[in-house]
Design a binder for this molecule. Sequence first.
Ligand code: AMP
Length: 597
Amino acid sequence: EFLYIELRRTTMAFEEITKPSVSDMKETPNLIDYQSTREDFDWYRDGFSGLDWLPDGGLNNAYEAVDRHVNNGKGKQKALIWIGKNGDEETYTYSQFKEESDKFGQVMKNLGMQRADRVFIFMDRIPELYFAAMGILKAGGVIAPLFSAFGPDPVRDRMEDAGASFLVTTPELKSKIDTMLPDIKTLQKVIVIDKSDSANIKTDEKTLLYKDLMKNVDATNFILEPTTQYDFSIMHYTSGSTGKPKGVLHRHQAVVQQWLTGKWALDLKEGDIYFCTADPGWVTGTSYGMMAPWTNCVTQIIYEGGFSAASWYEIIQKYGVTVWYTAPTAIRLLMRAGEAVVQRYDLSSLRFIGSVGEPLNPEAVVWGNKNYKMPIHDNWWQTETGAIMCANYATTNIRPGSMGKPFPGVTMGILDDQYNELGAGESGILAVRPGWPSQMFAYWQQDEMYNSRFKKGWYITGDQASIDEDGYFWFQGRADDVINTAGHLVGPFEVESALIEHKAVAEAGVIGKPDPIAMEVVKAFVTLNPDYEATDQLRRELIGFARDKLSAGVAPREIDFIDVMPKTRSGKIMRRLLKARELGLPEGDTSTLEDDG
Ligand code: AMP
């Protein structure tokens, strides 16, 4: 119960924001009438047939995102404008994008990559990341992008689990994980992208330089692998309450929904200047940082730097951003930066703002409406769903705090603990009817876990929510112990495993502690081995130890030393009890917490 308490919303705290009629809008949105479109929707007619498909009837998401625009005479349009951390700028047209990705596809074929081989991409957002990703997909490989802030442990766990064949990385990031690379027995080659030519990379049979490979390759006869809609395309790791993160495997057909949600839920139109602030290490950064924008033929801004209110506004102003997709933690930081900063910029090019990844508090929607002259459109989905499932649309009224209504063709429900559907106003399990095009195909080699997500004809999302009388969905919290910090899911087990590798730590229990900006921050409780004393110095050492192994975002921000770790009879750490204590809530009937499920 108390897991959700801090998020529970029972009444509408703010007035509904009504949208002007379509004739009074600056531009006609792609989705004009949500209700009638929903009633008359057909995935085949409205989704599958909107793509070009391969000549033999196959489907390749990178072909749909890049090559088809070139084939359709749009090669001269700008596909991406890259803004480096230091202000460098590079622009690539769809033709150039095709050429670079064809070359990398050929490189991968020459290196012996086979269909469905897992290729890890561990790097910052530079243009070569996108050339590599599209090249791998065109050559039939599966891309597995990792967040560049990860330390060696998460990288090893994921690459080992997936049986990685190749790694594409940069000199700095490679040096961070060098010592663990020999652990990945399946790894054939490491391709190093040295953009600035500054590093002194020792190449050998296994370690190759991107620029040499690209210089020497002849891609004039590159043959796009004839993938079908059922071939595997992208894998993202996501965290659960227990065990190590699971590899969520997607297929090329996910692009159908990514394209259509880009068009209807984000209102993307050809020629738009689109700015997505997510990193491809997380699913938003591939579904909406690659597939949705490029299949919709927009110009995408790729900013290498991290959050900064001034640089983000500067980008919107300078490049005339029309559609902006970001996340609640960033919006809360923008609110903190204040209205005066907003007023220094001309943001009038903006037409649509979307948000995803964590609950968007109603205040933020209202603040956005005042300061950006348009509400922020919250939408909901997850790694497993592959694309937006529930959204606030350009033409639908917004109830601040609600994540909107199901995308046409998607059926969502609220279930009780017996998986029976509940009515309006009742809180329960958020579930979706299986069969949407971007549905995950598997958790990599974890069939039991995958199957356990389906009950009585529903896919169980792991979230709790409610639905109101008018069909708006309201997120209430996670149904498990997974921590959502700044929109990134962190599995407590992964953090606990890292902490107990320190010689001072006997046991560790990890929870999410509510935070006004990041929603939750990671907090650990540890018991110490004999002969170790609970000191501030040790606390700092443990935080540093976890940061080196995991990353600053995943490592605990706070550590408390405790004498006894609360556990179930079978030895499972009772994180909910730790959380209740942390929040000063009643510990409740602890026998109900002794559930090993
Ligand atoms: P991920 O799989 O990393 O994309 O995380 C998905 C999870 O993030 C969901 O299951 C939710 O718990 C949370 N989430 C995503 N979008 C929203 C949203 N709009 N409102 C509330 N929670 C969200």
